[in-house]
Ligand binder design. Sequence first.
Ligand code: NAD
Length: 224
Amino acid sequence: METPVRLLIHGASGRMGQALMRLAQNDARLRVSAQSGSRESDRLRDLPEFDVAIDFSSPEGFDAVLALCLERGKSLVSGTTGLSAGQFAALEAAGARIPVLWASNFSLGVAVLDRLVGQAGQWLKDWQLDILESHHIHKKDAPSGTALSLGRTAEAASGKAPVYHSLRGGDIVGEHTVQFTGMGERIELTHRATNRDIFAQGALFAAVRLSAKMNGHYRFDDLL
Ligand code: NAD
């Protein structure tokens, strides 16, 4: 049997962190060797060895874990949203030194939705473009990272700038609709996540794949 990939779960006490911890513990390909949260972020240097860090924390947490991975020469999978343009640039630059992957959404369904949106946009250049997203009340950023990614794909294909609509309520895991509106007709492409385990499974899959990759800046799509 192959040696398990050693994981650092960054943001381990959060909603995603808890799902990652639970699923990784039952996955023979993986071993959680380190975990961290906001209170420990200034003590990251003391953490045990790991091969791949999985980050679902906050923009501040992302900076700290990226610096740690660069310092130790380890891979980083991040799903943290609300990152600035400067943080994306830092991630891209880090790809020259370590394997890195960031995705606004780690579900297979959203990866497929993104491709469908790109195709639809090519045919619907004059139609109005709206992106509707709903999430639980604790979500901090709006529009969601997934909505922005879908918007970029739709705009690149159709040339239309999207209008974003965000709703926060209850315990909604995540819903996204890309709506193309023409005169007398409308197309709605929707993805509904009902369980955040799908994101955690996708991130764990990405960690296994990334552990075997050369330095570089990867997309979730590249690994599917
Ligand atoms: P959460 O608030 O439940 O958990 C965040 C965790 O990060 C907590 O444990 C917190 O203590 C920790 N944290 C915050 N700041 C930190 C810091 N500076 N250093 C270290 N740890 C820090 O949030 P959540 O619902 O688990 O989501 C976390 C992030 O993941 C958000 O940005 C969210 O939008 C994103 N997310 C992405 C996907 C995806 O598929 N890409 C899916 C769900 C959530």
